[in-house]
Design a protein around this ligand. Sequence first.
Ligand code: SF4
Ligand code: SF4
Length: 369
Amino acid sequence: MKQSSDRKPSAPPRNVDEHDVIFARMKMKPGTSDWEEYYSTHPEQSASDARARALPGLLSERATNFHPLNFPAADANFDLIEYLQKAVNHPVSDKTSDLTDEVLTHYIKGWTRYLGTHSTGITELFDYHLYTRRGRGVDKGKPIVKRHKYAIAFTVEMDYENVQSAPGSAAIFESSQQYLRSANIALQLTIFLKKLGYDSRAHIDGDYEVICPLVARDAGLGEIGRMGLLMTPLVGPRVRIAVVTTSAPLVPDPYRPDPNMIEFCRVCKKCAVCCPGNSIPAGDMQEIDGMLRWKIDSDSCYRYWCTIGTDCGRCMAVCPFSHSNNLFHNTIRFLIRQSRLFARMVYHADELFYGRKPVPKETPYWMRE
Ligand code: SF4
Ligand code: SF4
């Protein structure tokens, strides 16, 4: 099914330089041209970034949530992802393929399902999906050129138990695990498409040219909620995303707007109430850079990460859409999509059963020291 023009998602102008993403800034070194250029043009970021740099840091032994097993395990996963990043540049075969868009799409969706992805969608690649400039990696500083027609976005589910213990060490263990799993799948697809003769690129943790939640939204995988993450219909934000952009012929999926999920976010605000970094806005959506949305304070969020050593995830853990993927919760999520009134009412039931500020669950037993 082609994307219908009357159900187009909001399309901001293309204006995000990856240097504006805090992870890219934290990789900058004092005295480099990169550092000089960035902080001379963004002096307002200097003090905030200096505060983050002074903290123990992600996976640091000095961090408050240090765990002698989960931290090294997550570190190992992130190291392995760095090795995998080298495979992004696998050469494209010079053969040509006459596979139709339907055949290729059917195969890719079947394969990703077989590999255990939670959801997969395809969208036309739009300008605003891409960063303007690389902020990390060997191509740091280079403008990003749009060279593919389509993007395949997929999600992998994060383990419910590990997420529930956020912001404990199991949270970053789980993130690293799912970043690694999604990187692996994205590279499998990319190398496969290159072998068929189609230029393609995997966008995996630490090596993105695209803004994954926007691509995933336009590929019909969900909406972007209050916490700024993709909210999938079945497990809400409890996913990680990876993307493959490609010149292969594919059949795009329609954007699937979910106004009732947005309405639920308007009244719920649970992530904002529970956020230990005070990083999630409690007010209504704002027009920001050409798009109506909620914008989290990524600086205060990251500072909290650098204090505790994990990537927190408390917002994901408390979100009513993150509840386990079972008949009861799926029925509730289904009814929210059907009725705005139900969406406005049901969050009271969530509060009643789970509490307004639920306490983090214990780390799974096998991780305990
Ligand atoms: S916790 Fe509530 S407000 Fe926050 S993203 Fe989830 S549903 Fe939306
Ligand atoms: S990850 Fe933690 S600090 Fe960051 S927005 Fe979510 S709850 Fe707040």
